[in-house]
Design a protein around this ligand. Structure first.
Ligand code: 26Y
Length: 816
């Protein structure tokens, strides 16, 4: 084993060139002169990855020698983003690799652009998992990330006539140099079949599950490098394969389709990421995915990671399984099954162990987003697990009855089994019953989780509930994404330590009052806008006005996030100028940049996308705006585009209805890259505002208690339309078909919904939002004052490092 943290010599440019050429010649089998860009990309990736290999082996070796309590992060999604840049950063090889490629006559930027990002997640939850594993490696916490190696990640979005069209994302088509398959560590997973009881040798009743069919889970390992610390942790993603290839007899008889049918069915399990990130439709395949990866992961940890003679009584001393939302919660009955049915533990012993091995993070507040599985489906797919869930529920409800004698209403409310509208298993309840701790993802969210989502459980077990505010990795989202700001910060602080100790950004505070620093800070932003302009031009043929205020709303498209409110603001400006209400000189030159994917089955979200594109087309073409207002909507927002957009933003739109966004993490990325936030008192916005100060944050809108009060009172959206002439003119212009080629029809879905339903109260917040945007304009007019505010945002947001989130999990939950 190597002794150093990274493969040491040769780290000269010449040495690197030699290694690169050797990878090209002997790894790819091509000469430089004949090589394609993809050959070069693969050779560079392999060269860089070899510098992580020694550290990877060393980390594994060290952990086996000195076993401690590990963290197993169970997540159905990891939205990793491109790997090459991060590998270069963590090995400190950026500059050497750049020079080496230059000597070979290669533009390294072109190679980096060749990489297709693994889009194995939908949005915030998946990206959070990626940030967390980065921090855990950087902090040298023994961690293993478990998940699914989807063959197709989140769909690629394009627009046709402004409407979203989804294409598959074959991210593995050109091969990935970042994954290492380990078929020899494959695991078998069962589905369906029956259970039966029989007596064991000691005459005790034992249950046996005989699955009807089996699937093979093949692990693929990915490196998770720590930042320049010689640590590389493992992300283990499972791929589904047929248990026994195909049926040769049937194949030989000529029925090829039937011969490979079992194979197809098995492979479908890890074929594609579900693109819904809200309503958990009762999709059988999704439940299969969940059980598949969780069963593989538990088996892998217990049989392959623990030593052979390990006494499972001590399991809680060696592992904590963190449940990333309810998606992996079927792990709870699976661990019970392993302990009771396969390892011969008594029920009570097994439950005592299980209850110490799990912790649960909830990421939502929308009741409709809480996963439930119909009993009928669960019983068909996982009959033994359903029995186990019933028994867990019986024991749990007995506990409730004991704590609250005679309160049968409470018992019904708290039952893991819901009876209506159909008998189903409430996965969040199961998770809460099993977990050592239950946490929300921002202070407000954790409070509302206790008060509104799981109040009965919080009453029964107040000490079980806690908060860990989300964070983001400063490596990818500042150091990599914003090299210029990073350089400026390092120069100003005289150290690069901030990359792993983000609280050091506090040292920038005095510089907010330094005119020269403010000027440098503005130059950074200008250069980032320039880079974004080049990206958008090349990728989408869009022209970014670099002297505009860049106003950004990027996130999944959801009614509660209120992209439509942002759109109303845009149209109100345009309508104001057209109607003469608003003198054009009073419009701050502004580009509104949207990025958003809608779940393919989410009608209103897709209509909203189309409407934004229609408005963009008209506003951008109308000479009346004289280049003062532009709307850009590049398709296929993803991690890579985020890394280009966020550093260029002036204004960050975080405008969800208060009480609906659990945390948000984009909000943190913007603030740390020197954008100011216009936002509601929601999710982590609350904490951002507390930290940066009211003067450096544009707050608007109803508070969460006000939302509740208004709802109680009876919310009538049309009354705002009637009372506010600006809102009326704005909605009327959209409704008139002005943006939709005279067709009122295509705007109607959005307008009618706002006027007659508006469950997320966009109209109630409209006036306050416009007033806040006026404050933005006023502040932006004084560039020096604006820069001062932006610098203070950077200086005061060190708290939002995911390193701090990990410390919180370690202290409050894992004790690893
Ligand atoms: C079960 C399936 C339908 C499903 C799939 C994905 C359900 C939910 C999701 C994803 C949810 C998600 O991304 N939630 C976001 O988590 C972030 C990280 O905690 C939060 O910052 C953000 O507010 C929340 O919406």
């Amino acid at each position: 084993l190597a002794t150093g943290p990274v493969k040491s010599p040769p780290v000269t440019v010449d040495g690197f060139v030699q290694e690169f050429l050797s990878e090209l010649n002997y790894g790819q089998g091509v000469k430089l002169s004949q090589s394609t860009i993809n050959d070069q990309y693969l050779a560079l990736a392999r060269t860089v990855r070899s510098y992580l290999m020694a550290a990877w082996l060393e980390t594994g070796h060290r952990r086996r020698k000195n076993p401690t309590k590990m963290v197993a992060y169970l997540s159905a999604e990891y939205l990793l983003g491109r790997q090459l840049g991060n590998a270069l950063l963590s090995t400190n090889l950026i500059s050497i690799a750049e020079q080496a490629m230059h000597e070979c006559g290669i533009d390294i930027a072109e190679l980096r652009a060749q990489e297709i990002e693994p889009g194995l997640g939908n949005g915030g939850l998946g990206r959070l998992a990626a940030c967390f594993v980065d921090s855990l490696a950087t902090m040298d916490v023994p961690t293993i990330g478990y998940g699914i190696r989807y063959e197709y990640g989140i769909f690629r979005q394009s627009f046709e006539d402004g409407r979203q069209v989804e294409q598959p994302d074959p991210w593995l088509r050109l091969g990935s140099p970042w994954e290492f398959p380990h078929p020899e560590r494959a695991v078998t997973v069962g589905f369906g079949g029956q259970t039966e009881e029989s007596a064991d040798e000691e005459g005790r009743n034992r249950c046996r599950w005989t699955p009807e069919r089996q699937v093979r889970g093949v692990p693929y390992h990915y490196m998770v490098p720590g930042y320049r610390n010689g640590v590389v942790n493992t992300l283990r993603l499972w791929s589904a394969e047929a248990h026994e290839g195909f049926d040769l007899q049937v194949f030989n008889s000529g029925d090829y389709a039937r011969a490979t049918q079992a194979q197809t069915v098995a492979e479908n399990i890890s074929k594609v990421l579900y693109p819904d990130d809200s309503t958990p439709q009762g999709k059988e395949l999704r439940l299969q995915q969940q059980y598949f990866f969780v069963a593989c992961s538990l088996h892998d940890f217990i049989e392959n990671t623990l030593p052979g003679d390990f006494d499972l009584q001590n399991l809680p001393k060696r592992i904590i399984f963190q449940l990333n939302d309810t998606h992996p919660v079927i792990a709870v009955p699976e661990l019970m099954r392993l302990l009771v049915d396969e390892k011969g533990f008594d029920w009570d012993e097994a439950w005592a162990i299980t209850q110490q091995c799990f912790a649960y993070t909830c990421h939502t507040l929308l009741p409709e987003a809480l996963e439930v599985w119909p009993v009928e489906l669960l019983g068909r797919l996982l009959p033994r697990h359903l029995e186990i869930i019933y028994r867990i529920n019986d024991d749990f409800l007995a506990q409730v009855r004991e704590a609250f004698p005679g309160d049968e209403w409470r018992v019904r409310r708290m039952s893991i089994i819901a009876e209506h509208p159909q008998r189903s298993v409430r996965m969040a309840f199961l998770a809460t019953v099993a977990a050592v701790k239950v946490n929300g993802v921002a202070a407000l969210h954790s409070q509302l989780l206790r008060d509104n989502v799981l109040p009965d459980f919080a009453e029964l077990w107040p000490e079980k509930f806690t908060n860990v505010t989300n964070g983001i990795t400063p490596r990818r989202f500042v150091r990599l994404a914003n090299r210029r700001l990073s350089g400026l910060v390092t120069e100003a602080l005289g150290t690069e330590e901030w990359v792993t100790d983000l609280d050091l950004l506090r040292g920038l505070e005095p510089l907010a009052d330094d005119a020269a620093f403010r000027e440098q800070f503005r130059q950074v932003k200008a250069a980032n806008k320039n880079r974004l302009a080049l990206v958008l031009e090349g990728r989408d043929g869009l022209v970014l006005e670099q002297d505009h205020l860049i106003d950004v709303m990027v996130k999944r498209l959801h009614e509660y996030k209120r992209q439509s409110l942002k759109l109303l603001h845009v149209v109100s400006l345009y309508e104001g100028v057209r109607s003469g209400r608003l003198p054009i000189e009073r419009v701050t030159p502004r580009t509104v940049l949207f990025g958003a994917k809608a779940a393919p089955g989410y009608h209103l979200a897709k209509e909203t996308i189309a409407l934004i594109n229609h408005v963009a087309a008209v506003v951008n073409e109308d000479p009346i705006m004289q280049g003062r207002l532009k709307v850009l909507f590049p398709a296929n927002y993803n991690v890579n585009l985020a890394e280009k957009i966020i550093p260029a933003a002036d204004l960050s739109e975080q405008i969800s209805l208060a009480g609906k966004e659990a945390s948000g993490t984009g909000n943190m990325k913007f603030a740390l890259n020197g954008a100011l936030t216009i936002g509601t008192d929601d999710g982590a916005n609350v904490e951002i505002r507390q930290l940066v100060g009211d003067d450096n944050f544009f707050l608007f809108g109803l508070s969460e208690p006000e939302v509740e009060a208004l709802r109680k009172e009876g919310y009538v959206p049309s009354s705002y339309y009637e009372q506010d002439p600006v809102l009326r003119a704005t909605l009327d212009l959209i409704g008139s078909g002005h943006f939709t080629n005279g067709s009122r029809h295509s705007a109607a879905a959005v307008v009618d919904n706002l006027l007659h339903h508006d469950p997320f109260m966009a109209l109630a917040d409209f006036q306050a939002y416009l007033a806040a945007q006026d404050r933005v304009d006023e502040a932006y007019a004084d560039q020096d004052a604006w820069s001062r505010m932006a610098i203070l945002n950077v200086a005061r947001c060190g708290f939002f490092s995911s390193d701090r989130s990990m410390r919180d999990y370690l202290d409050k939950i894992w004790h690893a």
